[in-house]
Ligand binder design. Structure first.
Ligand code: MG
Length: 174
């Protein structure tokens, strides 16, 4: 197994759409950044890359590269997931905590959970979405995301599937 951790922050800015976890949230401000500013997807990307010691998001998608201006952060997650699969691992589960003053994440948590699960090819029950307000932090102007991921060796999963298939076949023969 491998564990990964990712962290990101983006500043709120009026006049841009707000995207968190690949979901558009109704709000009067969005997150500024070179890409679409999706703070959760960026932290997930770094957690996945970190888990397989494959560098960080900036190494793959430098903010200096005009190709990533306004880019959909789904692209970043897909590349990180590709690196995870290349290293021979699959995602066991993801847990996250968002820290932001507004908007309230609670009403959107299930939608974000389903979207992140879809992006990672796992079930919603394998994705934790939690949110807190930044009490006493002085960061009401920003959104922050903390993410932990657990990976397991792809072959182990396959082997156990093969084992149970063999057991079933043996039972049938009996
Ligand atoms: Mg970022």
């Amino acid at each position: 197994m491998r564990i990964g951790f990712g962290w990101d922050s983006h500043e709120f800015k009026p006049g841009v759409p707000l995207k968190i976890g690949g979901v558009h949230l109704p709000h009067d401000q969005g997150l500024s950044g070179h890409s679409d500013g999706d703070v959760l997807l960026h932290a997930i990307t770094d957690a996945l890359l970190g888990a397989v010691a494959a560098g960080d998001i900036g190494g793959y998608f430098p903010p200096s590269d005009p190709r990533w201006k306004g880019a959909d952060s789904v692209i970043f997650v897909k590349e990180a997931l590709r690196q995870v699969h290349l290293a021979g691992y699959t995602v066991s589960n993801v847990d996250s905590t968002l820290v932001l003053a507004t908007p309230k994440i609670g009403p959107h948590a299930k939608t974000i959970q389903a979207r992140v699960a879809e992006l990672l090819g796992i079930k919603p029950t394998q994705v934790g979405i939690k949110a807190k307000t930044p009490e006493g932090m002085g960061t009401d102007h920003a959104a922050i995301a903390h993410v932990a991921v657990l990976l397991e060796k792809a072959s182990r999963k396959l082997k156990s599937k093969e084992r149970s298939a063999t057991k079933k076949a043996k039972k049938k023969r009996r």
